[in-house]
Ligand binder design. Sequence first.
Ligand code: KG4
Ligand code: ZN
Length: 345
Amino acid sequence: MADAGPAHLILAVETSCDDTCAAVVTAGGEIRSNVVASQGLLHERYGGVVPEVASRRHLEVTGPVVADALERAGVELAGVDLVAATRRPGLIGALLVGLSTAKALAAAWELPFTPVDHLHGHVVASTLGERPIEAPYLCLVASGGHTFVARVDHPASYAVLGRTLDDSAGEAFDKGARLLGLGYPGGPAIDALAAEGDPGAFDFPRSRPGAELDFSFSGLKTALLYTVRDIGEDEVRERAADLAASYQRAIADVLCLRLREAVERERVDRVAVGGGVAANSELRARVGRLGEELGCEVWIPGLALCTDNAAMIAAAARFLEPMHYPTYLDLDASARAVEPVAKGA
Ligand code: KG4
Ligand code: ZN
């Protein structure tokens, strides 16, 4: 049970990028509803997320998505005890829609409100459900915008042990997929294609920058670019599955290597993964095996809790101090990521 104060039912809204999300979660971490309206198809033709298009779609669907989440949970707004929303980081226009909507809903009922950092949501996604992880634990977060390994001593915060110095793992997937002529988002496309390929067919670099637990994926992306140029269009088409499998193997290798080093260094025997890349089938299997090998208990959330969702935002809100009406009314969204100050270390 979380130390969440009096709030029993939490309504959370998340619109930091291209998914419009709302969820109802109990203070004990039970997910009553978790609705995601994906804009994937809308952005596919541009090969990436177009910020203005994303904001406009959020404006259209945030209301209905919130209504849907409440209905699926079998509650009305009057029955909600706390409202939460993603405040940062992300696309500023997209964030503003969800944050403003959530603040307005809270204000209309004079409810408390909790602003949440999106990355904190990914870190604590495994605290939800029937087998909640308990601190201390290590969490590998690999998403479209960020990649880091964190130590969680109390779920109100986390300490980053190592992070990517350039591209995120999700960007590596998305940029790699573009080089292979696959659609957007690239992660699921590479994941599916890799299942038919030989992961040992191409030898891609595994970068380990510096002595810390940092990551770097830009060299890997460049290596794929050169390989694609060298072998030519026809061979790329013929061997796309081998390229995808080898590229995916390189990303999973680096992520698992750093996770292993973090476990060995921190001597923490509980490990979780989060973020969209944690939906990757190879990474999921490999992290499971790593746990067995190192004698760690592993939490790999269901796919809906890895990719962007509002249940994880509610999860984080359970551990934070809420703001009371009307102090949150002039709270602003912020595009930038802010490193947390770890508590309870
Ligand atoms: O966490 P997320 O949904 O959004 C951000 O916070 O960025 O992560 C999105 C990223 C994208 O780069 C997408 O390609 C990647 O997660 N992704 C995957 C898979 N599903 C989503 N990457 C690899 N394999 C997947 N199955
Ligand atoms: Zn995310």
